[in-house]
Design a protein around this ligand. Structure first.
Ligand SMILES: Cc1cc2nc3c(=O)[nH]c(=O)nc-3n(C[C@H](O)[C@H](O)[C@H](O)COP(=O)(O)OP(=O)(O)OC[C@H]3O[C@@H](n4cnc5c(N)ncnc54)[C@H](O)[C@@H]3O)c2cc1C
Length: 394
């Protein structure tokens, strides 16, 4: 009979919500602590990869989410001049295989609904700022108002890419803040049905169009973070003209872009935590392995983390034993996606123009090598288990 633990989960994002639901369903006593006073279905469009779909299937949520998602059969990157850089068709990996574009809010609402079916003690408007360890080895969390939460047998931190708790709890992390990020907006429109279209010029300009379902489309415009004010000063019309010259497919969604304030700026980070747990506390999701969105894996990695952690807790006698098993199960998989994303990102967004030449020369050739093509396709599905591994089971 699996042991039941008292669990504190910090952060009501995708990682925290999935974890809280799964652990409560398994009979653990779960307290979910979130600093925002209200949790809202906000966010950009995300790519729900095959890995994320498998976890949602296990949660019984897949059909519900897919009703409000747009099928993505192909990732198509091309130059502003029209020449194709790379086309990855999911169906070439396996018949029926595809990703889905979905608004993060749709996914989050579905997960929140599942949390509400369980007796999870949700505490909103509480920012965790420190912890104490009791003489018995339990963890007590303290929030910024001085309120104590716990004691807990284990704590799962899903407090996002900009986690303060990593440092507060003594976990060493290397954080790479990219100079480049994106302006994005979600507006009515169809985009290019069935396709995530990315248009590039060199490594400094990148445009993306992701259909989402519900008649929405996410529009991305990559840029240097320190140019956002200058772009704003030039005005919305100038930006729209620039985007249209770059990608005529943007015409329909841009009709719904009327104010600069509709555009949100997001800067990317790459986070690597050397040790994800100390036997009592574990970091999952973006707090453990945030990465740029170029491979579109973040949401999916967060859900796989939650799924595997719950499985390890079912099989272990102690939190420390479960954490060790979890780390062993996730290491090769997370390392692979983190390394590939870290390696590829500057080829798509950076100040190193020379990388664009290499990319334009090599990337179109890679799919002509069958074994490479297969690995590329497996990678984008989110199911590659590691550098020397094939398709993983979730
Ligand atoms: C522009 C952009 C596009 C993206 N596109 C994709 C994509 O196509 N596919 C994909 O899979 N991923 C994508 N991602 C990444 C994806 O959004 C993240 O990987 C995912 O949201 C991580 O979830 P999380 O639960 O780990 O963290 P978050 O969603 O950041 O949640 C963290 C939560 O913790 C709370 N919190 C933080 N600190 C505390 C504290 N001290 N106390 C209490 N609560 C706290 C926060 O308020 C928040 O609610 C994209 C990201 C960006 C920026």
């Amino acid at each position: 009979m699996p042991r039941r633990f008292r669990v504190g989960v910090v952060g009501f994002g995708v990682a925290g919500a999935t974890t809280a639901y799964l652990l409560a369903r398994d009979g653990h006593t779960v307290t979910l602590i979130e600093r925002a006073p209200v949790v809202e279905p906000i966010g950009a469009g995300v790519l729900l990869q095959c890995s994320g779909q498998e976890v949602l299937g296990h949660l019984g949520l897949l059909d519900h989410v897919l009703k409000r998602a747009a099928p993505i059969d192909e990732l198509h990157a091309r130059h502003a001049g029209g020449r194709t850089l790379v086309r990855n068709r999911y169906g070439d990996y396996a018949p029926g295989c595809r990703a889905y574009g979905v608004h993060r809010g749709v996914l989050f609402n579905a997960l929140r609904g599942q949390v509400e079916t369980q007796s999870v003690d949700v505490r909103l408007g509480r920012e965790v700022v420190s912890r104490e360890i009791t003489p018995g080895g339990e963890v007590v969390l303290l929030d910024s108002a001085g309120t104590r939460h716990g004691p807990f047998d284990l704590v799962v931190c899903g407090d996002g890419a900009r986690s303060h708790l990593r440092a507060v709890f003594g976990f060493k992390a290397s954080v790479l803040k990219y100079d480049h990020g994106t302006l994005w907006v979600t507006v009515p429109g169809a985009g290019v049905p069935g396709k995530l279209l990315q248009v590039v010029r060199g490594t400094r300009q990148l445009f993306g169009l992701l259909p989402l379902g519900d008649g929405l489309v996410s529009v991305y415009w990559g840029l240097r973070n320190d140019t956002v004010d200058a772009v704003k000063a030039r005005g919305l019309d100038a930006l729209k003209q620039e985007i249209l010259a770059f990608s005529p497919e943007a015409a329909e969604p841009l009709e719904h872009l009327c104010h600069f304030d509709q555009l949100l700026h997001t800067a990317y980070q790459h986070v690597h935590v050397r040790r994800r747990h100390d036997g009592r506390v574990i970091f999952i999701g973006d707090s453990a392995h945030a990465m740029s969105p170029h491979l579109g894996q973040g949401i999916n990695l967060a859900m796989v983390d939650a799924w595997r952690l719950a499985a390890c807790l079912r099989a272990a006698d102690t939190p420390a034993g479960a954490f060790r098993a979890f780390e062993a199960a996730q290491r090769a998989y997370v390392r692979y996606y983190a390394s590939v994303t870290w390696f590829l990102s500057p080829f798509f967004q950076s100040d190193w123009r020379i990388l664009a030449w290499g990319r334009d020369l090599v990337l179109p050739l890679l799919p002509h090598v069958p074994v490479v093509r297969r690995q590329m396709l497996l990678t984008v599905t989110g199911l590659k288990g590691g550098f020397l591994k094939g398709r993983m089971a979730i």
